[in-house]
Design a protein around this ligand. Structure first.
Ligand code: PBE
Length: 270
């Protein structure tokens, strides 16, 4: 009921995802900065899968719900959602997905490092792979299909990358949908040049730790400058920020568009 206060209708709960996600830490900050903790608002930890399933149900019943949202993600393709305005800029102004590498990688694996310097794409391109996977497609197959359809882009990515001759590299990623797509596409691209690529799925903190300690060679899953700021600060000097592999990422709080009275995080107070 749009005329009633939102808080009691959703039990003052924001439906979140995994605890290690940067958007969770920032949402906790948002609750404090917007004075929502005093109003008993709380952030529920769950997983992307659980969050999107609760979201799916709410949408089917046209019920109110507040979630931690982000793009690129298929939730914004599949559902009519809107980000809540964030006048206090808790979630930052512009965000990108960065490629990070372990110290010494450029010297040890110049060919692989060259690939990392070459690799970037757009949200629309990433979505082609992500949506195939969301439709039940095998991630490795979706990645190979993408490369078949974009041979020129593959050439750009492999520019000045010498034959791998079976050299092994390890790429850490977090199993968020956008990162499942990028890890698999990078793997397929490198394998077409003769590299052997181990992609390892882990939580956000272990991912950063793996790159910072050299247990992984690189990762394409770093959201900067805001979402993973805490990790970036913690591991400062222990990793190389190679480049932005995708521009125009965004995180924040999101609601279905039928919640016409709720447009800003400040509106949650009413
Ligand atoms: N996300 C998706 C991640 C980065 C990718 C927004 C859930 C996070 O919050 O750490």
């Amino acid at each position: 009921d749009a005329t009633k206060a939102l808080g009691p209708q959703v039990n003052y709960t924001i439906t979140g995802i995994d605890a290690g996600a940067g958007v969770m830490g920032n949402t906790q900050t948002a609750l404090e900065k917007y004075g929502l903790t005093q109003k008993n608002w709380q952030l529920q930890t769950s997983s992307t899968a659980a969050m999107t399933s609760v979201l799916d149900k709410a949408l089917k019943n046209k019920q109110p719900i507040v979630i931690t949202g982000w793009v690129p993600h298929w939730m914004f393709t599949k559902y009519d959602l809107k980000f809540l305005d964030d006048p206090k800029k808790v979630y930052g102004e512009s965000e990108g997905i960065h490629t990070i590498a372990r110290l010494g990688l450029k010297k040890d694996q110049p060919g692989f490092y060259q690939f990392l310097e070459n690799f970037n794409w757009t949200s629309d391109q990433l979505a082609q792979v992500m949506l195939q996977i969301n439709d039940g497609g095998d991630p490795a197959k979706a990645a190979k299909n993408y490369l078949k359809k974009h041979p020129e882009q593959l050439n750009t990515w492999l520019k000045n990358v010498p034959e791998g001759k079976g050299k092994t590299v390890t790429v850490a990623y977090v199993a968020w949908d956008s990162e499942i797509a990028s890890a698999n596409v990078a793997k397929a691209a490198l394998e077409s040049r003769g590299y052997k690529v181990n992609i390892r799925s882990m939580d956000a903190q272990p991912m950063w730790t793996a790159v910072a300690t050299g247990a992984a060679d690189a990762s394409l899953s770093a959201w900067l400058p805001v979402t993973h700021d805490a990790y970036a600060k913690h591991f400062k000097g222990k990793y190389v920020d190679v480049r932005t592999n995708l521009d125009g990422a965004k995180t924040g709080l999101a609601v279905p568009t039928y919640m016409t009275n709720i447009n800003s995080i400040s509106d949650l107070k009413n």
